[in-house]
Design a protein around this ligand. Sequence first.
Ligand code: GMT
Length: 374
Amino acid sequence: MNIGIVCFPTYGGSGVVATELGKALAEKGHKIHFMSYNQPFRLNIFSENIFYHEVAVNDYPLFDYPPYESVLASKIVDVAMYEQLDILHVHYAIPHASVAYMAQQILKSKKINLPYLTTLHGTDITLVGRDPSFEPVIRFSLNHSNAISAVSESLKKDTLNTFKIDNKITVIPNFINMKEYMQPMEHCNKVKYAPKGEKILVHVSNFRKVKRVEDVLHVFDRVRKETPTKLILVGDGPERPAIEALCRQLNTCNDIINLGKINDPIEVLSISDLFILPSETESFGLSALEAMAMKVPVISSNSGGLPEVNIHGKTGFLSNVGDVDDMAKNALYLLTNENRLQEFKANAFNHAQKFDIESVLPKYERLYKQIIDN
Ligand code: GMT
């Protein structure tokens, strides 16, 4: 198939899913045309089946807001016509679903049929999407999508509760390429970060408010009072200054290692003992799945789709949002008993295998085929 993929290129789950999906489809022989305003950050490979079409929005003094949607719609029309796309897959409803609809209508006037699949990732429904100023456009463009997929049962439910959707929503979970998580990691030396044999907690995110990174610091503060521990923070974003201020206030900065943005956190995860994800809302929690694939159990909130990924009492523990005492108690329960920690590590790894790309990719291929055949 000739598949167009539209996504945000920025550091975040929807871009990672779109990119990894495109890479895997290309490996199976499909031709993949990425359209984005920057090279997606994990699209750092050479493949004869992958093409990147940049959406370059010019900065005219007249515009307070650059017309990204119009330029993207034109790009989709151009790529669809000249690369003969069979299908368009847009990631993140806002504004990609309505842009896809507009491109589809333009192509229709040229007697070209371009069906589109909209994949919902989370904040496009649970945060941004709840803003009433988007409602008519989201509802319309979702109802006109040739198909909709959501990354968890929880997100499907949230979408149906938030919008009046007549279209069917197919759940296709986030995935990982297990092969990449099973490579030898001997070169990653834990001693550099934990010289006295301390345990390592890790958090990976884009440091947005919704991630509640301050809760990570509060959990860490409680845990390190009981057992020697270090905290590694991976990522960057708007909450970073507040986090730096909080670690000074808690007097924990010396035991926190800020690594900033890292394209692929596999190596850091390979030296970590527990992953902390206390998010306010999380439609799936791809970062938790990536941790589990590296045998790192997860201490998380129980919001959104997290219970579909992190199995309470098996691959880690779930707590109510904001209950840092419970999260710290659960972390200590694992960190202070090596046999128990090893058992949870093995469970996390085994559960992660259920989300291997090998089993998830055919679900997307089937959906593409259904849409094209209709
Ligand atoms: O979590 C973020 O801030 C990034 C966000 C995105 O849209 O890129 O991630 C969302 O999509 C991921 C991939 O489907 C999910 O694994 C994340 O759970 C989801 N984030 C939220 O729902 C907050």
